[in-house]
Design a protein around this ligand. Structure first.
Ligand SMILES: [Zn+2]
Length: 120
């Protein structure tokens, strides 16, 4: 936002974006201040981009990435364990079925076997 200022020495009006009066060349304190403030703002924005705040943001994003990675690893582990467990479960069932069939072939049913064990 530029505004008009009046030169202190010659009284001419000109925009405050100029650091000197275009008519007499006198430096304008207001324009100097504005230029300084602009530079300050620029520096502040630079600091915001590379300063401690951005470090916090970076840390947060790194933490997020680590967290997501952890979740993914956890899910994969759970899936792997579940698959191994299910395989074992299926193997066990098949083994039991085979055992039953073997016993049936020998004329022994699982019920009879249980009775025998109970009587012992
Ligand atoms: Zn002037």
């Amino acid at each position: 936002m530029s505004k008009t200022i009046i030169c202190e020495s010659c009284g001419a009006a000109y925009e405050d974006s100029l650091r000197r009066c275009p008519f007499c060349g006198t430096a304008t304190p207001e324009a100097d201040e504005n230029a300084y403030m602009d530079k300050l703002e620029e520096t502040r924005l630079d600091l915001e981009e590379y300063g401690p705040k951005s470090m916090d943001k970076m840390k947060k994003s790194v933490l997020n990435t680590v967290f997501i990675g952890f979740i993914v690893i956890l899910v994969i582990t759970v899936l792997a364990v579940a698959m191994v467990w299910f395989d074992g479960f299926r193997d066990n069932r098949e083994r039991n079925k085979r055992k039953e069939e073997l016993l049936k072939d020998q004329g022994v049913t699982v019920g009879m076997l249980e009775v025998e064990i109970n009587e012992m």
